[in-house]
Design a protein around this ligand. Structure first.
Ligand code: FRU
Length: 494
């Protein structure tokens, strides 16, 4: 084992003993200690789901990237394994960036990541290429053939600096295909494909999809999969321009659909595209196919545009993953719902039906910070739809996070301005909920101490956000201007 890997392993083991469990969410994955960004190598291997992650154990801020590692049988209870990769070779001395994992036919696990190193052409910049490490689920050896895909393998004329985030797929004839993103001649992102029989010797194949400056600039962290006969390309574009309520400025996420032919490698876009998440904190998702055929996605529950907005607690970790979400397609739209494994964590249901009210109300038993809460809202009189509905949660002493819904404009806003945060920054995001002028809206909130994930109308859209709340901020209250009716189901989780 290299000195750097050994140092990181010793450090995380020492530090983790000092972190009480209550400082972490109950069922979301956090770094063992220090900083976490993108999910990496999300895969199923040897009876476990494996989640690696962009990791800097030594600080709660981004720095030289390692790969952290955790495994789970049910996607919710995670068990840490020692840090898998450190930046310990000259070809990755500035970091082991994002990538993916596959199980080889001989049962070994292969990790493919982006090695970052000082550029020979421009020493002020880092260059990127793709590298491989192979292991047994705990320890990984970087192979002597690294880097396995070099800057020279990038199409002629394209930028040679931004070239990263390999996502390996396996086609039905056994061929491995890896998607990597780079900056094309037009200054925006594209997804390149390389092919291999053994995951080590790669040849350039073709461009899968090009941004053509439509959605931001560079695309990061691609993934590509089929659901019900259509293919979905997901990426995280940098430098987006806001577009109505669909896209936000800065770092966003995107899915595009189309048809794909494995033999020719031709992806023909069908023209539908949307953000993957409409909240404040979401980026760089990855998916895995479960043995029972579900496509599950987990994202980083942070966004580069909001990482400097932190709460008042001094935590020994920063960054967490979202809950696993099952992807499905309804009316051509890629939708998400909390993975069904979460149902096993629910207990003590509290149910209210057809409760009409105006002004403010609380409901006995509907409270908590680790909660699965569904609210079905409607107007008591369809001729007189209420003006505004607000749900306040993580509430205590006048501090709360809110979901505000205005049926007239069909807009739902998440707002954490009035929570326990003393820093300015992005605290609100708004999503358009088409067809909600009637006042009908269904919200499912998954709360886990410092985060909320809001599934709108059975997963048509999702909003994810970190929230800033006192550990005792367990209050939940309902507010309406006009009159509304609610059905509520609350479960405590874990
Ligand atoms: C996305 C990203 C990736 C890169 C990694 C570095 O969040 O910028 O493109 O591989 O983070 O940590």
């Amino acid at each position: 084992m290299s000195k750097l890997l050994d140092k990181a392993r010793k450090y995380e083991k020492e530090q983790v003993e000092k972190i009480p469990e209550e400082l972490r969410p109950a069922f979301h994955l956090t770094p063992w200690v220090g900083w976490m960004n993108d999910p990496n190598g999300f895969s199923y291997h040897d009876g476990y789901y494996h989640m690696f992650y962009q990791y800097h154990p030594f600080d709660v801020r981004w720095n030289t990237m390692h790969w952290g590692h955790a495994v789970s049988r049910d996607l919710l209870h995670w068990e840490y394994r020692p840090v898998a990769l450190a930046a310990d070779e000259t070809y990755d001395e500035h970091g082991c960036f994002s990538g993916s994992a596959v199980t080889l036919d001989d049962g070994r696990q292969l990790l493919m990541y982006t090695g970052v190193h000082p550029s020979a052409e421009d020493p002020k910049r880092d260059a990127q290429h793709q590298c491989v490490a192979i292991g047994d689920g705990v320890d990984y050896e970087k192979i002597p053939q690294n880097p396995v895909i070099r800057a020279e393998d990038i199409p002629e004329g394209d930028d040679r600096i931004d070239f990263r985030d390999p996502k390996i797929l396996r086609f039905s004839d056994g061929t491995y295909v890896v998607l990597t993103v780079n900056l094309s001649k037009d200054g925006s992102g594209q997804v390149l494909m390389y092919r291999s029989k053994d995951c080590i010797n790669w040849e350039y194949w073709k461009v899968l999809a090009s941004n053509h400056n439509r959605y931001g600039k560079m695309w990061e962290c691609p993934d590509f999969f089929e659901i019900d006969g259509m293919w979905y390309l997901i990426t995280s574009p940098q430098f987006m321009l806001a577009e109505g309520y669909e896209f936000i400025s800065g770092n966003g996420t995107l899915w595009l659909d189309g048809t794909f032919d494995e033999e020719s490698g031709e992806f023909t876009e069908a023209g539908r595209h949307r953000s993957i998440d409409y909240g404040i904190d979401f980026y760089a998702p990855q998916t895995v196919l479960t043995e029972d055929g579900r496509r599950i996605m987990i994202g980083w529950m942070q966004n580069w545009d909001s990482t400097e907005v932190r709460g008042e607690e001094d935590l020994p970790w920063f960054g967490q993953m979202t809950i696993p979400r099952e992807l499905f397609v309804r009316d051509g739209i890629l939708c998400q719902k909390p993975t069904r494994e979460l149902d096993a964590l629910r207990h003590d249901p509290v149910i209210y039906e057809k409760e009409a009210f105006s002004g403010s109300r609380e409901f006995d038993g509907i409270e908590g910070q680790i909660l699965d809460l569904t609210v079905e809202l409607s107007a008591t009189d369809p001729q007189q739809v209420f003006e505004k509905f607000s749900l306040h949660f993580a509430e205590k002493d006048g501090q709360y996070t809110a979901l505000d819904f205005c049926p007239k404009d069909e807009l739902l806003t998440i707002d954490r301005r009035f929570s326990d945060v003393r820093h300015a920054g992005i605290h609100q995001r708004t999503a358009l909920v088409s067809g909600s002028k009637t006042g009908n809206l269904k919200l499912r909130l998954i709360l886990d101490r410092r985060s909320v994930e809001v599934f709108i109308n059975d997963g048509e859209k999702v909003m994810s956000a970190m929230i800033f709340a006192h550990p005792q901020a367990k209050g939940i209250s309902f507010h309406v201007e006009g009159e509304a009716k609610v059905n509520i189901t609350g479960y405590q989780l874990v």
